[in-house]
Write a protein that binds this ligand. Structure first.
Ligand SMILES: O=C(O)CC1=CCC(=O)O1
Length: 96
């Protein structure tokens, strides 16, 4: 199942820089792992914002929640999720 996920990152200004850097690096590693498994299918930066738009390909909402809530930056993100399904006008037969 495909989900559109927008993540707005809001790291508190008073979080020590070293801690923030450690979390960002851990997030990067985890994101690359999940892209490698195929679960995190697309990851795009929203121009002008500390935010991303992503597409997740997972078994369902519970797996998505488990993934998102375990991300290192989860405590500092506002996340919006929308389930996706095939559009009848899509010309891409592999849209699933
Ligand atoms: O920078 C972001 O949008 C949050 C994030 C997702 C993967 C990563 O490395 O950082």
């Amino acid at each position: 199942m495909l989900f559109h996920v927008e993540m707005e990152v809001r790291i508190p200004h008073d979080l020590p820089t070293e801690r923030a850097d450690t979390l960002k690096q851990a997030e990067r590693v985890r994101a690359m792992e999940l892209q490698g498994t195929g679960a995190w299918r697309h990851l795009w930066r929203v121009a002008g914002r500390y935010a991303n738009v992503s597409i997740f390909d997972v078994s369902g909402a519970q797996e998505l929640h488990d993934i998102l809530s375990s991300l290192p930056l989860f405590p500092f993100m506002e996340i919006r999720v929308a389930p996706l399904c095939r559009h009848p006008s899509s010309i891409h037969d592999d849209d699933r």
